[in-house]
Ligand binder design. Sequence first.
Ligand code: SF4
Length: 460
Amino acid sequence: MPEPSAESRADARRAISVTELFTIGIGPSSSHTVGPMRAAHAFAEAALDAIQPVRVRCELFGSLSLTGRGHATDTAVILGLAGHLPDAVDPDAIPAILASVRDEGRLPLGGRVPIDFAAEDIVFSHEFLPGHPNAVRFTAADAQGEEVSRTYFSIGGGVVVEAGAALHIANAAVTHPFDSGAELLEIGEATGLSIGAIVRRNEGAWRSEGETDAFLDAVRDAMLASIERGCAAEGILPGGLNVRRRAKALHATLLARKDRAGPASVMEWISLWALAVNEENAAGGRVVTAPTNGAAGVIPAVLKYYESFVEGASPEGSRMLLATAAAIGFLYKKRASISAAEMGCQGEVGVACSMAAAGLAAVLGGTNQQIENAAEIGMEHNLGLTCDPIGGLVQVPCIERNTMGAVKAVNAAHLALHGDGSHVVPLDAVIETMRQTGDHMRSEYKETSLGGLAVNVVAC
Ligand code: SF4
């Protein structure tokens, strides 16, 4: 597998906004569903601008091909070509859209120009393209045979980069730029601001304070809504692995329990909330990419823990939790990657755990040093975590793994608060260790389903 190119990783000097890290989309995968849908949507528009297409062909490469069927990459491509975007498409309308394309053999390119389209127009190639393990190439042709072709990389968290182009996100002159945990602590020291406050000041480069608050509130609402929907749904998850949804029954059990303060009670509630979100994700429902879809349950479960169990919890506290978590997510994006195809699951559930631990430590009253310590603990004990989903589906081990990530994040935050913030391993060192571990990890363990549980458990 080729090494990721510089263009496929976030520009270490570019300021990142919370709106890039938390996006409202659909399951089951940010890199394999959300990213390819955005790429297909962008290509449809580019092709319609250049020629009058009568046919479109899509080639999925590397990890997008190897786990593409289980991660619904093929259906995401059809939806994107048909003019749909992950944050706007109605998850309940997707089966009908796909059935219409399949039954009629026609697809409304860009939502407006009907073209012939068959399942064979999506090709799964096991080849890895130079640049990034998640690559997709689209080629459109008109009636005279003139062609337009574009290649895109899905680099994690739903972000898409066109091959040969720089990341198409404008930089912004933020008030307090930071590229490392050490710089973040220095800014806090110099200004007296908390990590969450630094992030919210910086967001002023993109929008007003009120608009940032409204965005964070919308993220919070979407996270809690995914918990609610997950706790109400039952049945078997799609994909053929026959995984039964557990959240609804567990929710009923916890509600019926007389002893609400039993020895494992808090942990069981946290696990329930993470299960609920990731079952929604696996079912293709609406979730918040935080920072990826596979890890979408960790931060909502910790947020819900804060709102349910912490005395004095407030809407402002929830905003601070999310803003602080985002600061940590920025560091992983800048200094490593949040793509499982590059880092394994340490880059998904590990990063979400680190972010959630920091966010919780902040709203529990932690100093910046304690918050940085919580983030470091959250990752240190996820180092080396592989990505080996059975059948290429974001179900096993993914759904339960989010419960582990959430519980670990709560533990990390509380552990950090028992100290004074001083600790042996700086956050920057653990991020660098994650990056090196990811680079050294064999591709069998990086979202290819060619190793680990994926080959030792028979998917039926
Ligand atoms: S194992 Fe982890 S990284 Fe891989 S698909 Fe599942 S949640 Fe995502």
